[in-house]
Design a protein around this ligand. Structure first.
Ligand SMILES: *Cc1c(COP(=O)(O)O)cnc(C)c1O
Length: 396
């Protein structure tokens, strides 16, 4: 058996939707994108949602409209997909990496408070692998310092957090802007795609403008006009549009989101029960104030086990079971230099290259001791049995 880390779960509804768009004669950003935005905003509990080409540019635009300028610092986490740090560099700013909480894989608010300096212009936190980070604690650090909080919610479509005694989906605005991804590795996919939610109408308008060259008249309006419309462009901007083909594929999945999460939660519960007495791997625990959407299922190496992370991952792969881990940007060649990331001036380049300059012990431990198991909606009981059987066969 071959068990991938994720398998597409698209069907007739999505095929019908794409056919409808092709027959309509309009495939670029248009009415389907507008409808997807309305439905996404409603589903997350946000006043506004703005669709873009992917989450990386959603983060980049969000940092820009939040006022981050070249030369600024942005406090973020290293323990994430590299896109988080890349978005900071894309606006000319410097990522300052903050350590994480081990149970949520998210930014630690006390470490954040220590990392803020007069150069810090924004906070970019991550709801990693569908586990919400401790947003109330991060906002409590940000608000007195008047720093905007941008949420990298790429993996967190439908994840929930308990705030003021009520469960709320991530993307209901608490920070300034939240950014989502529709890459196939996330719960809802449009091939590639991204979305920003906010409660600020001015920011939403500015995002809509910047994603489309800051053009005065958007394409569908110009197309339908009976008067010659000469467009103008108010500032240098981008083409970060989503297409109607993509939005149409996203809409039926969004309508199924609650069922998708329920199915994933059932798979996660089954893994957790089966791993309770596993000699090498421990199941995750969900803190009582969050509900993961189970974008990924993280297991942790138990202390004293005789197999390394990579040995276990290789054993699984030899039996056809894919697994993953989350990296650390600060240890990648792209960021392993003081100029980008160490935040210490002057910085000892030799120490940095040797990994001594910027120590993020909890991020490094999470990278080195966590293994993500295959979990996707559409996974059959037989497939999960096969993964569990392989895990029990580990020579530990
Ligand atoms: C997937 C992911 C991104 C990037 O999303 P794209 O839509 O592929 O650009 C950013 N941050 C995190 C945490 C992710 O998991």
């Amino acid at each position: 058996m071959q068990i991938p880390i994720v398998r597409l779960a698209l069907g007739d509804a999505e095929i019908e939707a794409v056919s409808r768009v092709i027959r309509s004669g309009w495939v670029a950003q248009g009415p389907e994108v507008a409808a997807f935005e309305r439905e996404f905003a409603a589903a997350m509990g946000a006043p506004f949602a703005v669709a873009v080409s992917n989450c990386t540019v959603a983060l980049e635009l969000s940092l820009r409209v939040a006022g981050v300028r070249p030369g600024d610092d942005v406090a973020t986490v290293s323990h994430s997909f590299i896109a988080t740090a890349n978005a900071v560099v894309a606006v000319g700013a410097r990522p300052i990496f903050v350590d994480i909480q081990p149970d949520t894989y998210g930014m630690d608010s006390a470490a954040l408070a220590r990392a803020i300096t007069s150069r810090t212009r924004a906070i970019l936190c991550v709801h990693q692998i569908g586990f919400p980070c401790d947003l109330p604690a991060i906002l409590a650090v940000a608000r007195p310092r008047d720093l905007p909080v941008i949420e990298d919610a790429a993996c967190a479509i439908g994840s929930e957090i308990r705030i003021d005694g009520a469960w709320q989906r991530i993307g209901r605005p608490h920070g300034l802007l939240a950014c989502f991804s529709f890459h196939p590795r996330k719960l809802v996919t449009t091939g590639d795609g991204g979305m920003v939610t906010t409660s600020d109408p001015t920011l939403a308008e500015r995002l809509r403008s910047l994603r489309q060259h800051a053009i005065s008249t958007p394409n569908p309006a110009r197309h339908d006009s009976h008067q010659v419309a000469l467009e103008s462009f108010s500032e240098p901007a981008f083409n970060f549009r989503m297409t109607d083909l993509q939005a149409a594929v996203g809409r039926p999945q969004l309508a199924r989101l609650s069922a998708i999460i329920a199915e994933r939660r059932a798979l996660a519960t089954r893994y957790t029960e089966a791993l309770a007495d596993h000699p090498l791997l421990a199941p995750p625990t969900e803190p009582p104030w969050l509900r993961s959407n189970w974008q990924s299922y993280p297991t942790t190496l138990r202390p004293g086990g005789r197999m390394s992370q990579v040995e276990i991952m290789q054993f699984l792969l030899d039996y056809g079971v894919a697994s993953r881990r989350i990296g650390n940007a600060h240890a990648e060649p792209a960021y392993a230099t003081c100029a980008w990331s160490c935040g210490q001036e002057p910085c000892d380049h030799t120490a940095h290259a040797a990994g001594r300059c910027l120590r993020l012990p909890l991020s490094e431990r999470a990278r080195d001791t966590t293994i993500l198991l295959p979990l996707f909606h559409g996974m059959s009981p037989a497939e999960q049995d096969y993964v569990l059987h392989t895990l029990r066969a580990l020579p530990g």
